[in-house]
Each structure stands twice: as structure tokens, then as C-alpha cells.
Write a new protein. Structure first.
Length: 262
């Protein structure tokens, strides 16, 4: 027993000495994932963004499609950018002047149990049209990160002052080297989607018609308003609320991830 304790202590000391982050080892977002009956599956990203964002959305779709388990493809949007209402079975991506809200980007997923049923991503042009954030690096990083959340990924690191990890899933004050996913992101997606489900919550012509029943629970809620996001359940390193959850009833919830301005 004593030798086992010594071995565990030695292992912990090595981990601390190497500066390895426990959170970095597993950055699944609570195990939430799209239900599907086959891999790889195709997830549609609805294009509700302005022309200044089209290239960045295309880059993000290409980046995440490098994964062996999911292909993200850009399709015509099905909502108005101002409201950015989610559509069952896919992710709607929107850009608009949402106002001086303090947030750069928002990612939202609707879940039933552990399954994602729909998602929405919002880019706030009130800030992206300013000199500080109107750069390829900031646009690539925030777009990549918010879409990454809708795949079921959390952040690899949430300290803005740490050295960049070379992934868009890393908080940073200087996004130059954090514009795209890294191998750890792709490995994490393989882990999240290692199993198959008996139903599909992602709707695509590449999947069988045996899909989950579409849900419109909470569809009327205006989730562009932070007061509608529900309960704050996490803060970032700056002390700002970064993750919210709202119970929609009937076993369904909506989670909202927020990246704030610096």
C-alpha cells in the first residue's frame, strides 16, 4: 500500500514538473455529442453570415472536416442573423451587430440527455468591425472555437496569460498561433465519437432516416439576450461568466458558451 502511495505521489510530481494541465487531457464538453448511426457523419453549418465572414466560415468548415469522424459542410442558412434561431439537426452560424454586449462570440447547443439536437453560433460585428478585432487571426480563432463547441468540444485551456497551445480551443489575448484546431482536438473528437448510437440527431442525406423526433422546445426564446441564457455555471480566468445553462423542460436544456472581449 505504501509503495503504491509513493508511486502515485511521484507521478503527480512529474506531472506538475512538466506543467501538464489536467483539463488539457480531456476537453470534451460534458460528453455532449451528436447522435448518429455511422462515422464519419456530416454536420451542416448554415451560412447566415455577411460576405466579410464567408471565407472564415469556409476555413473553419475545412479545418474541422480534417477530423476522421465528422465532416462539416457549409449550406444555405435557414434563419435571420439577428435572431439566429437554431434548426433541428444542424448548426446555424450568424453574424450581426448584436450591440455592445461585451461578447465577441457565442456558441449554443440544445441537448436532450447527452445528445446534441441543434446548435447556433453568433459573431458580434459590433466588435469585429473595430480595429482591435477586425483581423484574420481574431476572426479565424473565434469562428473556429465557437463551431468547435457545437461539435462537443470544451476549451483546452482557459487562462488568457498562458502560452498559446496552437489551437483555437485555447483562450488567448494574442490569437496569431491559435487560429485552427490542433491534433489534440482531432484526437478528442475521435474519443467523443468512438461509439455509435441507435438514432440520429444530426440530419443529413448521408445518414439513415431512423432519426430522433425533431423538437421545438424553447424555440420561441430570444437567446440573443444574455438574460435568457439561464444560470451561469462557470467563470473564465478574468472572472466573467463563460458558460450558462437553461432548463427548457421536457428533459431538454440549452447551453451557452461565451467568449468575451479583452
Amino acid at each position: 500500500m505504501l509503495s503504491k502511495k509513493i508511486l502515485m505521489l511521484a507521478t503527480m510530481l512529474v506531472i506538475v514538473g512538466l506543467g501538464v494541465s489536467v483539463a488539457n487531457a480531456d476537453h470534451s464538453w460534458g460528453g455532449y455529442h451528436w447522435a448518429r448511426t455511422a462515422n464519419p457523419f456530416t454536420l451542416e453549418l448554415g451560412d447566415n453570415v455577411s460576405s466579410s465572414w464567408d471565407g472564415y466560415l469556409s476555413t473553419t468548415a475545412s479545418d474541422w472536416s480534417t477530423s476522421s469522424v465528422v465532416d462539416t459542410t457549409v449550406k444555405t442558412g435557414k434563419t435571420k442573423a439577428r435572431l439566429c434561431k437554431a434548426t433541428n439537426g444542424r448548426v446555424e452560424v450568424c453574424s450581426e451587430r448584436y450591440g455592445s454586449t461585451g461578447w465577441l462570440g457565442v456558441a449554443q447547443i440544445w441537448v436532450s440527455g447527452s445528445h446534441i439536437t441543434k446548435g447556433a453560433v453568433k459573431m458580434n460585428d459590433t466588435y469585429f468591425n473595430t480595429a482591435t478585432y477586425n483581423t484574420p487571426a481574431w476572426r479565424n480563432m473565434v469562428m473556429c472555437q465557437e463551431v468547435g463547441h457545437t461539435l462537443g468540444l470544451d476549451h483546452q485551456d482557459e487562462n488568457f496569460s498562458n502560452a498559446n497551445l496552437g489551437t483555437c480551443m485555447d483562450y488567448t489575448s494574442n490569437p496569431e498561433s491559435n487560429q485552427h484546431p490542433n491534433q489534440h482536438d482531432y484526437d478528442m473528437l475521435e474519443t467523443i465519437y468512438a461509439h455509435l448510437d441507435s438514432i440520429n440527431t444530426v440530419f443529413s442525406s448521408t445518414l439513415s432516416p431512423r432519426s430522433a423526433k425533431p423538437s421545438n422546445v424553447g424555440q420561441e426564446i430570444d437567446l440573443t439576450d444574455p438574460s435568457a441564457w439561464g444560470q451561469a455555471i462557470r467563470k473564465d480566468a478574468q472572472g466573467k461568466n463563460s458558460l450558462y445553462v437553461r432548463d427548457l423542460g421536457k428533459g431538454e436544456k440549452v447551453f451557452t458558451f461565451v467568449i468575451w472581449t479583452q
